[in-house]
Design a protein around this ligand. Structure first.
Ligand SMILES: *[C@@H]1O[C@H](CO)[C@@H](O)[C@H](O)[C@H]1NC(C)=O
Ligand SMILES: *[C@@H]1O[C@H](CO)[C@@H](O)[C@H](O)[C@H]1NC(C)=O
Ligand SMILES: *[C@@H]1O[C@H](CO)[C@@H](O)[C@H](O)[C@H]1NC(C)=O
Ligand SMILES: *[C@@H]1O[C@H](CO)[C@@H](O)[C@H](O)[C@H]1NC(C)=O
Ligand SMILES: *[C@@H]1O[C@H](CO)[C@@H](O)[C@H](O)[C@H]1NC(C)=O
Ligand SMILES: *[C@@H]1O[C@H](CO)[C@@H](O)[C@H](O)[C@H]1NC(C)=O
Length: 597
């Protein structure tokens, strides 16, 4: 029995709040003596705990005043024993040797801005009066203003969470001196500018959470040196460009990049990921094979990008996967009924892709799994499906429309229909590429942080090339007489013309890129060829490129109307070239030449 009671005593030590109740219960029982002894010990323990330095208590009361007496701090007054007050979800004060080491204050969700007389500067000056703080949480308190760099005077900080306030301007550089910082949470504020390169100096950082701000630019390469990083959450900002190589971050478990403009390449990552969210970005290139080795992956969200290429079915059977969303992309591939699924899989969304075949039975026959798959070309008919021709893009690898293929003209005449035109266009592009490769001039183009030349019409191009869009509306009529003026197109314009490079606009895929059909604002139809550029092609030769394209137009070919560029944001080299050609849905080149469209 004595052993029993000493075991109980250990449990009591672990659970302070229950102790007194349990003690009184025990006292009523037979072994009063040991129980009373235990209670005496515990009472001594409690009364021996820290009494706060009075200056730190005053600091807390000043914080309460500067925060305009939020309701969560309503019980704070000058007679309160802060270090021994009961912690709860909204307020916690923890002390060590009479100094405050942790301060959490979480206001009500949606707390509005503090009044106009609030000064973030005096507030932070007050907070740094608690120099022993290791953990500081100031969430949903209506704090507003630029975060003063002097917050870094809290040199022992390990966790800083100032989410859901109205902090703006840049993230202060002084934070780089917080060498012990493990978690930085600034979600849901109005921070602007880039993620600074000095972030790499926070070598023990394990959580970096900057969701819902107004941050922009591309990510610094120094991120890839943060080997302790477990969580990187950058969703809902204005980031662009390629994600730096994160494959050295072997501890990375959560990567959330939702709703930015990252892309087009799939990020390079380690294989310990548990949650990977890339939805609503500009990722285009296919998935690397490594994805199927993410054995800890539970959540994968790739929705709303323009991913092309095969969807690896084995993702459905990754051992840990519970959520898989690839909706609204251009994933291709055939699904099989006999494909197996992970037992934990709960939600799968394959909607609006180019998948063919049959939905796997494991998704349809298990009521615990929810599967969405409308908008593909699947033979499983109970959600809206497209005709198979739309999805058969493998057949289009040579860059020929399937519908047009069926209507191939007789052998007698060389294909001079639209297909001919497109093929001609492609041949033309090939020529241009050959030509450009030969013309190796060292001429470099002006660097631009803006994605497209057309957005920045002053980049020194001949006005001929930048001429008015009005010409295009005349394309059809002018076709037989002369060619419309060549011009540049903005990426936005091309995205609009193709409904964001939508499946329905997709015509085919060649070795160097995809072909889309589009309709410009003025109603004219175009064919857009997207060519991926290697970085090594870099920032030179564009003038030649453009001049060649514009000169090589010939009436016997469907003529090039213009071009557009997309840039890599980190070094402004061109990532893709869009070549825009005329497109005549039902006409033939011959009728063009003869002037009877
Ligand atoms: C301080 O607050 C406690 C309750 O939280 C209250 O009992 C006490 O009277 C208050 N003291 C002063 C000086 O207001
Ligand atoms: C949490 O504790 C603080 C003071 O420690 C008190 O003012 C507040 O009312 C408490 N909140 C809840 C929800 O109990
Ligand atoms: C700020 O103004 C409010 C009234 O709008 C007032 O109650 C409060 O005391 C003022 N705070 C400071 C720090 O002056
Ligand atoms: C910051 O605190 C809020 C409220 O406690 C919490 O929901 C959020 O997860 C924290 N953020 C980080 C990065 O720890
Ligand atoms: C990024 O945001 C800053 C501050 O709002 C702005 O000055 C800058 O032009 C933006 N940069 C880009 C590339 O959009
Ligand atoms: C699944 O079915 C396809 C044809 O329907 C077959 O080629 C394949 O071998 C089958 N796979 C397994 C694992 O049974």
């Amino acid at each position: 029995m004595l052993i029993f009671y000493s075991l109980r005593a250990l449990q009591y030590l672990l659970c302070f709040t229950r102790v007194l109740i349990l003690c009184t219960q025990q006292m009523a029982k037979a072994f009063r003596y040991s129980a009373i002894l235990l209670c005496v010990v515990l009472v001594l323990l409690i009364s021996g705990s820290e009494q706060l330095q009075s200056s730190q208590g005053e600091t807390l009361l000043r914080i309460q005043r500067l925060l305009n007496y939020p309701s969560s701090l309503s019980s704070w007054n000058s007679s309160i024993d802060f270090c021994n007050s009961e912690p709860n979800a909204s307020v916690t004060v923890a002390c060590y040797e009479k100094s405050i080491t942790q301060l959490h204050i979480v206001g009500n969700k949606g707390t509005p801005l503090l009044p106009g007389n609030f000064s973030i500067d005096s507030f932070v000056t007050t907070v740094v009066g608690l120099p022993t703080l290791k953990v500081l949480t100031l969430v949903s308190l209506g704090l507003w203003g630029p975060l003063p760099g002097k917050i870094a005077r809290l040199s022992s900080l390990e966790i800083l969470n100032m989410s859901s306030n109205f902090l703006y301007d840049a993230i202060p550089q002084e934070l780089s001196s917080l060498s012990g910082l493990q978690s930085l949470g600034l979600d849901d504020n109005m921070f602007a500018g880039k993620v600074p390169n000095w972030i790499g100096s926070l070598q023990v950082l394990s959580v970096l959470s900057l969701r819902k701000n107004m941050l922009n630019g591309s990510l610094p390469d120094s991120l890839s040196t943060l080997e302790n990083l477990r969580v990187l959450a950058l969703a809902h900002n204005y980031f662009k460009g390629e994600v730096p190589d994160l494959s050295s971050l072997t501890n990375l478990q959560v990567l959330d990049l939702e709703d930015n403009a990252f892309g087009p390449q799939f990020p390079q990552l380690g294989n310990k990921l548990v949650s990977l969210v890339l939805s609503r970005n500009k990722f285009r290139d296919g998935l690397p094979a490594e994805v199927t080795s993410y054995y800890q992956l539970q959540r994968l969200d790739l929705s709303n990008n323009t991913f092309v290429g095969p969807f690896p079915q084995s993702l459905l059977s990754l051992p840990s996967v519970t959520y898989l969303n690839i909706a609204d992309n251009k994933f291709t591939g055939m699904l099989f009924e006999n494909q197996s699924c992970s037992a934990d899989l709960e939600f799968v969304d394959l909607s609006s892709n180019l998948m063919t075949g049959h939905m796997p039975n494991c998704l349809l026959q298990d009521s615990k799994k929810k599967a969405l798959y409308a908008g593909n070309c699947l033979a499983t008919g109970d959600q809206d499906q497209h005709p198979i021709s739309i999805c058969r893009n493998e057949a289009l690898a040579v860059g020929i429309l399937p519908q047009q293929k069926k209507r191939k003209p007789s052998k007698a005449i060389i294909a001079i229909s639209v297909i001919g035109g497109i093929v001609g266009g492609i041949a033309l592009v090939g020529l241009i590429f050959l030509a450009v490769r030969k013309v190796k001039s060292g001429k470099t183009i002006q660097k631009s942080t803006i994605r497209l030349i057309a957005e920045n019409a002053s980049t020194g191009y001949p006005t001929k090339l930048l001429s008015d869009a009005r010409y295009i509306s005349q394309t059809m009529k002018l076709g037989a007489l002369g060619l419309p003026a060549y011009r540049t197109f903005s990426l936005e314009e091309l995205e609009e013309a193709t409904n964001n490079f939508d499946t329905s606009a997709f015509m085919g895929e060649g070795s160097q890129g995809q072909i889309y059909r589009g309709r410009l604002k003025d109603g004219s139809f175009v064919v857009i060829r997207c060519l991926k550029m290697k970085r090594s092609h870099g920032t030179h030769n564009f003038m030649h490129h453009i001049e060649l394209i514009s000169k090589l137009r010939h009436r016997h070919l469907v003529s090039a109307l213009g071009h557009g560029f997309e840039y890599y944001l980190d070094d402004s080299s061109v990532s893709r070239i869009f070549l825009v050609f005329e497109y005549v849905p039902n006409g033939t080149l011959r009728s063009w030449i003869s002037g009877n469209p």
